[in-house]
Design a protein around this ligand. Structure first.
Ligand SMILES: *Cc1c(COP(=O)(O)O)cnc(C)c1O
Length: 398
């Protein structure tokens, strides 16, 4: 039977993406871990039952806490982000909700970046508020001045860098430093970088979450979330909260997440190259007011991206010049051939969607009047995508 040799030298992250979480020795030599479906797990003796209870978070105990398929996926994501611990959750939103809910109680305050994924903001003011937790939002470019927003009862600073609609890149080390000085936790939504181009625990983050639905699954066919941390207490607290809320992450979805990780590095390289090509092409178009791509100097927080990230991915935004009315925007969007309109992103297919940042910002004024569009560069040929965009801009002008 084939045994995976224990690594004796440190391996490149791309190598580890192909090896982490594999255990062929335990699975007849088969390369991939099988999909274990389980609710009941049986114990031969009373002593074994009590022993299993003590280790219920890291061994097979009951279906809701995971099966060997879950654990393999969690191990690989922890390795990707440079964490000791990971929890697979049924969606990115579940990971956000668990990270927040596990670490606050009535009377506490959380500070969230104003450009976060909107359901994150809504979870804070629409759900946590019911339990006496207050939320306020900060300008994503606040940097070290975050201290002015911290209150004696602030327990969490929550960042999403770059924000997935408007792409401002936050200064995570500055936020983390202020959080730790105040005894608060630094929590980050790391979905844009896929955990590949930003290593949260090298920059002071305590808990990182991802919508693995996006790049990790990578094929638009499963919902999945991850929560990683280096702190065992935070991990146990999150595990307990996830279990108490009844979260159970499907083993088939963990399998798809694990399979996605094997090709993450090559897919991201292509997403990055195509998105950069499209972003530069769009920046030169007369219809475009600005391009919101962290790797372009026009993006707020570009210098921080350059300092802290090792690359970019396929998701970026543009703001059109003021002028075209909604029927012109509809002509542009309705006629797209390759860019589909739809939520989510991170799959192999290109997407385009209108956004309305002015109506959700509360901590600062959105400076643009023109239509904001969010694009996801898929794995299609970049020149075909440019042709699609060019035809769209022609319809916009028609
Ligand atoms: C999609 C997304 C989420 C939510 O993930 P789901 O798996 O759809 O619940 C969270 N954060 C960001 C940045 C996202 O893009």
């Amino acid at each position: 039977m084939y045994t995976m040799k224990k690594s004796t030298t440190p391996k490149h992250p791309d190598t580890r993406l192909t090896t982490s979480g594999r255990d062929p020795e335990a699975n007849f030599g088969i390369v991939n871990p099988p999909v274990y479906h389980a609710s009941t797990v049986t114990f031969p003796t009373l002593a074994a039952l009590h022993e299993a209870e003590k280790h219920k978070f890291e061994q097979v105990y009951y279906g809701r806490y995971g099966t060997p398929t879950t654990f393999a996926f969690e191990q690989a994501v922890a390795d990707l982000e440079g964490a000791k611990h990971c929890i697979a959750l049924p969606s990115g939103m579940a990971a956000i909700a668990v990270a927040l809910a596990a670490n606050v109680q009535s009377g506490d305050h959380v500070l969230i970046t104003d450009n976060a994924y909107y359901p994150t903001l809504k979870f804070a003011h629409g759900f946590l508020a019911k339990f006496g937790v207050e939320a306020s939002y900060f300008d994503p470019l606040v940097g070290a001045s975050i201290g002015e927003h911290i209150r004696p009862n602030t327990k969490i600073i929550f960042a999403e860098a770059p924000g997935s609609i408007t792409f401002e890149v936050q200064d995570i080390p500055a936020l983390a430093n202020a959080a730790h000085k105040a005894g608060a936790l630094m929590v980050m939504d790391n979905t844009w970088s896929a955990g590949y181009h930003f290593k949260p625990f090298d920059h002071g983050v305590d808990i990182s979450i991802q919508a693995a639905t996006k790049y990790i699954v990578g094929h638009s066919d499963a919902m999945l979330g991850t929560l990683t941390t280096n702190d065992r207490t935070l991990w146990e607290r999150a595990k307990t909260t996830a279990g108490t809320l009844g979260h159970s992450t499907g083993p088939d979805d963990c399998y798809l997440g694990l399979r996605g990780l094997r090709t993450l590095a090559v897919r991201l390289a292509r997403h990055e190259a195509t998105a950069l090509k499209l972003a530069h092409w769009l920046a030169a178009r007369p219809e475009v007011e600005t391009v919101l791509h962290p790797a372009l100097p026009s993006c707020p927080g570009h210098a921080i991206w350059k300092r802290d990230f090792t690359g970019s991915t396929g998701l970026f935004g543009i703001v059109l010049k003021e002028g075209p009315d909604q029927s012109a925007i509809a002509r542009l969007l309705d006629g797209m051939e390759l860019f589909a309109m739809g939520f989510s992103w991170g799959g192999y297919e290109s997407l385009i969607i209108p956004a309305d940042p002015a109506h959700v910002r509360t901590a600062y004024v959105w400076p643009y009047k023109g239509q904001t569009l969010r694009l996801h560069a898929g794995l299609e040929d970049a020149d075909d995508l440019i042709q699609d965009l060019e035809a769209g801009l022609k319809r916009l002008n028609a």
